[in-house]
Ligand binder design. Structure first.
Ligand code: AKG
Ligand code: FE2
Length: 271
């Protein structure tokens, strides 16, 4: 498996000819999905054989993954002291999951190869509407796998950047749904009432039902989201996440790397 066509269903998703009418239509459809619903999910994006091989590659590395366990505010980029008990800014949610990062992967393995296709980066650039987009050069977080087993969860949060790219490699047998409240916040309105209703369960979030092989682009800076607890399952839930930046050579600051890759007995209360 070397060529783009070995990885991606190019009949359905013509990343090799984005300038063609079919390519332009695809980009247009995706951009519409994002602006309407904060998510662009493309089922069957990866070919079934490559999905199985990717999941195999990852499963063989699960014995060296890092285990992460901590409580965190959903509002990691803010200072969150001084809010009353029960307020969204005072809430803490658990992150308990396994993580594999670029430095632990085979540099010529399938996960790395998929990340390195220039056509994929160009596709993401067009979806985000940026002038330029480069693969992150971070030795750790450029390529990351989130691996969740029975009892694991990835609690409610916002991402600190928009445009996270992920691929579902494997779903759990029970639980582990990706739940989200699209575009619930803006830079000028945190919409605490609705956030509170999601937290208390009086309003249900949307659920992204995505089969293995799905490409997802998500506006996580404005959309509250979590991975619900994983139930009994023999196989792990595996997602492959890629990082990009508008400038070349982007490396995540050490503070963020530590946060993503290390457990802590102290809750993370924000900046
Ligand atoms: O594993 C997933 O599906 C999403 C994880 C997530 O929200 C994140 O890494 O910020
Ligand atoms: Fe996230």
């Amino acid at each position: 498996m070397q060529a783009l066509a070995d990885f991606i269903d190019l009949e359905r998703y013509p990343l090799d000819r984005l300038d063609s009418p079919a390519g332009c239509a695809l980009v247009e459809d995706c951009r519409q999905m994002m602006s309407e619903g904060a998510i662009c999910a493309l089922e069957g994006f990866l070919r079934p054989t490559v999905v199985r091989s990717l999941a195999d590659e990852v499963s063989k590395l699960e014995n060296i993954m890092r285990q992460v366990d901590f409580l965190a505010t959903p509002y990691g980029w803010l200072k969150n002291s001084g809010f009353p008990e029960g307020h969204p800014r005072s809430r803490l949610y658990r992150r308990h999951c396994g993580v594999l990062t670029a430095d632990q992967l085979n540099p010529v393995g399938l996960c790395t190869r998929l990340f390195n296709f220039a056509q994929l980066t160009e596709f993401v650039r067009q979806l985000l509407g940026y002038e330029t987009l480069f693969n992150s050069a971070c030795p750790n977080i450029s390529v990351r796998l989130n691996i969740m087993r029975a009892g694991d969860e990835f609690g409610w949060h916002y991402d600190t950047n928009d445009g996270a790219i992920s691929f579902i490699l494997q779903n759990a047998e029970q639980g582990g749904a990706f739940e989200y409240a699209p575009l619930i916040r803006s830079e000028t309105d945190e919409n605490y009432d609705r956030v509170d209703r999601i937290f208390s369960g009086s309003e249900s979030p949307l659920v992204a039902e995505a089969s293995a092989g799905t490409f997802m682009l998500f506006m996580g800076r404005r959309s509250l989201h979590r991975v619900a607890p994983v139930g009994q399952t023999a196989r792990s839930r595996q997602t492959l996440l890629f990082s990009y930046d508008q400038k070349p050579g982007m490396v995540f600051p050490e503070k963020i790397r530590n946060r993503m890759l290390k457990s802590s007995p102290e809750p993370f209360l924000g900046q």
